[in-house]
Ligand binder design. Structure first.
Ligand code: BV8
Length: 245
């Protein structure tokens, strides 16, 4: 057990309030492609090129093809040990989980009271915002039929129910995420700490007095800010922290 892990484990067990922010690295070992890793590319497109309203306006078929490809990939993925540890912590008192991920693996692992900053890939919504609430297309194992590309209320074009670059997050999610920064320990796990406003949360937690920890394979822009930066795989590190380091 390294001294860094022992320090973090001690801080977690003494914490009345624990907040965990996750990114794509938590789902990587489950087989979900990360955004900026090698396998994150799709036909040489960058996510920032496709996950935008402008890209959808320009070529909805291409964007739907990417989301359908991701849904089919994610449908074959299951939660891993990192998700299970986070779910265990979330079912205790005082633990809140914020995720940037849209794969719903935290939910499938039983995480309680999850703040999903960027929505869910299993949801669709009306492109024209006709008033139809978002609807789920959880078709694990089966790719959604093309008909799922239309709004059940107005028959217009449907779009993936995620937050795209250049779109504002749901204000209630931002309020919830900021409230989670009032904590004793803030863990940022498996995120490149590039996408805002999620990337600002660890700074806010530190400003509010939290003991901050990063768990990642490699340094990120958050590494210089946190109290402890642990380099390793989330699926290895988190179970060791649950066991006391
Ligand atoms: C907004 C849904 C107001 C779609 C996503 C301030 C400064 C700079 C830019 C901005 C700023 N404020 C706003 C912006 C613009 C923009 C932004 O941040 N751009 C970035 C690219 C610079 N933000 C926005 O547009 C946001 N909206 O702020 O509204 C506004 C409006 C207009 C103009 C200005 C402001 C909306 C952002 C939401 C975008 N949607 N997803 C979809 O999924 O299709 S974001 C997308 O990136 C995913 O959700 C993903 O989760 C997220 C972050 O990526 P990561 O999760 O970190 O994944 P990544 O692959 O990058 O990294 C994985 C990490 O895991 C790596 O570090 C790797 O080392 C590590 N890892 C891998 N395996 C493991 C591991 N670690 C541990 N264990 C392992 N096994």
């Amino acid at each position: 057990m390294t001294s860094a892990l022992a320090t973090v484990a001690a801080r977690i067990s003494a914490a009345a309030r624990l907040t965990i922010l996750t990114g794509a690295g938590v789902s990587a070992v489950s087989g979900v492609p990360t955004f900026r890793g090698r396998e994150g590319l799709w036909r040489n497109f960058r996510p920032e090129d496709l996950a935008t309203a402008a890209a959808f306006q320009r070529d909805p078929a291409l964007v739907w093809e990417w989301y359908r490809w991701r849904r089919e990939r994610i449908a074959r993925c299951d939660p891993n040990a990192a998700h299970r540890v986070i779910a265990t912590w979330s079912n205790g008192d005082g633990c809140r989980v914020i995720t940037q991920n849209v794969d719903d693996l935290h939910i499938r692992a039983g995480t309680r009271d999850l703040v999903r900053l960027h929505g869910s890939i299993w949801e669709s919504k009306c492109w024209r915002a006709c008033g139809q609430p978002p609807w789920r297309e959880d078709t694990r194992g089966v790719s959604p039929s093309p008909a799922s590309g239309t709004c059940p209320a107005c028959g217009g074009l449907a779009r993936p129910g995620v937050v795209w670059f250049g779109e504002s997050l749901d204000p209630s999610d931002v309020v919830s995420a900021l409230a989670c920064c009032d904590c004793d320990v803030f863990l940022t796990v498996g995120t490149s700490a590039i996408v805002h406003p999620a990337a600002g949360l660890v700074h806010e937690a530190r400003r509010r007095g939290a003991f901050t920890v990063e768990i990642n394979l490699e340094p990120t822009p958050a590494s210089a800010v946190v109290d402890v930066a642990v380099h390793g795989r989330a699926e290895d590190i988190l179970p060791r922290l649950l066991q006391g380091g």
